[in-house]
Design a protein around this ligand. Structure first.
Ligand code: CA
Ligand code: CA
Length: 330
């Protein structure tokens, strides 16, 4: 029997059997929750940002794939920019500081050591303060982990499948995997000898060294730079060509300084960090993990390199949350 997931105020949509509802109050009141000590208005804003939100546009789970494809069709502008062959050529040319890494089709991009800006003073309270940190070198997947890559992991390990593996659009091989808990994502990365990125690693990869607001620089997005949602949270918007997830290799125009894709937009990405304010509060008892970067149904407030979304690590029914992995220096 299906349960109901509240999308946003006044919108209730039947979706899938779900053991959890995101952001429903009590379970977010631990020491690590951003709702603590915030105004009710701020809390309501976070409530609406639940990344299970856009479900009014989803067909029923497990529906007929052909019927679903026919109903949605390839989004206009569907044109994956990067193929495996293109990546191989790129790597062979030596023009990209990367190696093929352990995940087929998803090279690891080298991020050099050095100072970088972390946090900011001109945004939400939980993004403060702005600091300059000395970063260690690491390498990060060029793209979000795709359904094809997650499926190979499932086949090799017997790990449970992604919740939307059979979805006619979200489950396409080249799209970022969604419907994975923090534990699923962590298990994937560990299987390949990698880890989920820390918040600091995410910001260094996404902001460059100068603390840019976006992977492509300081100016707000253009439609060619990221897969984003409507102006008002929380629905998809196909003006960028994609009403839901886009191929993980798309939006080259939005690449980071080192060439990492979709660090803002497409799907939120799990980090390994437990949510806590950067300063001034104990982390004892915190259990929510931080997601970064916004998604295909996010509005502009969440599509930055600094927005921090604390989330239930056990929730695996969201249609717009995925991840990528990093290899840290020893
Ligand atoms: Ca879009
Ligand atoms: Ca992303």
């Amino acid at each position: 029997m299906s349960s109901l997931i509240v999308c946003r105020a006044g919108v209730v949509t039947p979706l899938c059997p779900a053991g959890h509802l995101p952001h429903k109050g009590g379970d977010r009141q631990d020491a690590g929750s951003p709702l603590r000590d915030r105004s009710s208005h701020a809390a309501a804003e976070v409530e609406r940002d639940a990344w299970a939100a856009p479900l009014a546009s989803l067909p029923p789970c497990g529906g007929d794939a052909r019927q679903g494809r026919g109903g949605y069709g390839p989004p206009l502008g569907y044109s994956p920019h990067v193929t495996a062959a293109a990546i191989a050529l790129f790597l062979a040319s030596g023009s990209l500081a990367a190696d093929a890494g352990p995940i087929a089709g998803n090279p690891l991009i080298e991020i050099p050591a050095g100072p970088f800006v972390f946090g900011r003073d001109d945004g939400p309270e939980n993004e403060r303060p702005r600091r300059v940190l000395e970063g260690r070198a690491f390498a990060i997947n060029r793209t979000e982990i795709t359904n094809r890559q997650y499926g190979a992991f499932v086949a090799a390990t017997g790990h449970r499948r992604a919740f939307y593996a059979d979805h006619p659009l979200l489950g396409l091989a080249d799209r970022p995997v969604v419907g994975v808990s923090w534990g699923d994502a962590d298990a994937f990365c560990r299987h390949y000898g990698l880890a989920l990125p820390s918040e600091q690693q995410y910001e260094r990869a996404a902001r460059g060294t100068e603390g840019n607001a976006f992977p492509w620089g300081t100016r707000s997005r253009g439609e060619a730079r990221a897969n984003i949602g409507a102006a008002v949270c929380c629905t998809g918007d196909d003006r960028d060509g994609y009403p839901m997830t886009a191929p993980a290799g798309s939006f080259n125009a939005g690449a980071s300084l080192e060439g990492v894709l979709n660090l803002v937009g497409n799907v939120w990405e799990w980090t390994r960090d437990v949510y806590a304010p950067y300063i001034g509060a104990s982390v004892a008892g915190g259990r929510h993990r931080v997601l970064r970067g916004g998604a295909w149904n996010s509005d502009a407030r969440h599509l930055t390199t600094t927005y921090r979304l604390a989330y239930d690590p056990d929730f695996r029914f969201a249609a717009n949350g995925g991840f990528r992995c990093v290899r840290s220096s020893p």
